[in-house]
Write a protein that binds this ligand. Structure first.
Ligand code: 2RA
Length: 339
């Protein structure tokens, strides 16, 4: 029983994580189609004891599909998302293609579930729901519970983004370069145009005329849409760091109402999908390795922003698995809300 699923981009890092999360959460499905590019079509794929053949994504891939999970890049979503919707499927799209469209809900289930109230499998028509960018999800999982209490007026984010955000090939290249550098060999630079191992650099997304890159602008725009607050002031600096699959983010928050660090810590301890790691005595705070392959986002370094007067500012440090909560888990949680 359950919906008929399609996974678009099943060979990629997020596509594979969709399957892991479906298994981990016993997501119910009547059938599941494994869809990918021509390059992967025909290959066998074993999932939950059954062997599937990966099918090439075509316009006919969505007949009878109830929920289509997309993570195959923006152009595939732009081309095939509307096709799937036209066939009556509800598309959960991990790309940025439709996130800022007025009619498209941009959803983090713990943050703004009301954005997809009424969306249900079998509601008689297709729909498209957008999964936010990973750095947005990870940041807002921690910032939103505080925003709900004291209303964030300004947020400054510095991100330390993992290789996985640039895909499986970037993770492989980081590993390869690390070996090469340790062996005194020149690093292989195919994915990024500079050495990644033992280095860090400004995020590889295109840089706009205002000097921000697209990753930073996503954080600004997606935060405003998800919080439904066009006045909140957000700025960001997104950096790529030599870490495999979990993003880290330093977040400075300015509030309309006072919010002291003890109250903030209590709010975060009770926030869904968040775990507090904030042990000053042992200097133990969130790390990418500690959140990798886990569902929860970890937050720590919770402290009053001493550059602000009174209790109107907080600094926090957040880590979250980019492939899981940053992409696949969030999408499956959205799909669970459609059942
Ligand atoms: C990145 N957020 O980390 C992008 C990919 N989703 O590069």
């Amino acid at each position: 029983s359950g919906p008929s699923l399609a996974v678009v981009g099943v060979s990629g890092a997020v596509g594979q994580e969709f399957l892991s999360v479906i298994s981990d959460r016993d997501f119910p499905y009547r059938s599941i189609k494994m869809l990918a590019s021509k390059r992967s079509a025909g290959k066998p794929l074993t999932f939950q004891g059954r062997t599937y053949t990966i099918e090439e994504l075509t316009e006919d891939s969505f007949d009878g599909v109830d929920i289509a999970l997309f993570s195959a890049g923006g152009s595939i979503s732009k081309t095939f998302g509307p096709v799937a919707v036209g066939k009556g499927a509800i598309v959960v799209d991990n790309s940025s293609a439709f996130r800022m469209e007025e009619a498209v809900p941009l959803v983090i289930p713990e943050v703004n579930p009301e954005a997809i109230r009424g969306f249900k499998v079998g509601m008689g028509k297709g729909a498209l729901i957008a999964n936010p960018n990973c750095s947005t999800i990870i940041c807002l999982m921690a910032a939103t519970p505080l925003h709900r209490r004291a209303k964030v007026t300004r947020m400054v984010v510095s991100t330390y983004q993992a290789a996985s955000g640039a895909g499986a090939a970037a993770m492989e290249e980081l590993e390869l370069q690390t070996r090469e550098v340790l062996e005194g060999k020149p690093p292989t630079c195919n994915i990024f145009n500079q050495q990644y191992a033992f280095n860090l650099f400004s995020h590889n997304a295109p840089v706009l005329s205002n000097g921000y890159n697209e990753e930073e602008i996503k954080l600004v725009k997606e935060t405003r849409k998800i919080w439904n607050d066009m006045n909140v002031r957000v700025t960001a600096t997104c950096i790529r760091v030599p870490v495999m699959r979990a993003h880290a983010e330093s977040v400075n928050l300015q509030f309309e109402k006072p919010l002291d660090e003890e109250t903030a810590r209590d709010i975060l301890k009770n926030a869904p999908g968040v775990v507090v790691i904030d042990d000053r005595a042992s200097n133990h705070f969130p790390t990418p390795l500690e959140v990798s392959n886990k569902d929860d986002v970890a937050v720590g370094r919770i402290r009053r922003d001493l550059s602000q007067n009174g209790d109107h500012g907080l600094d926090i440090f957040v880590c979250g698995d980019q492939i899981r909560k940053g992409a696949a888990l969030n999408a499956i949680q959205i799909a669970e809300m459609l059942l």
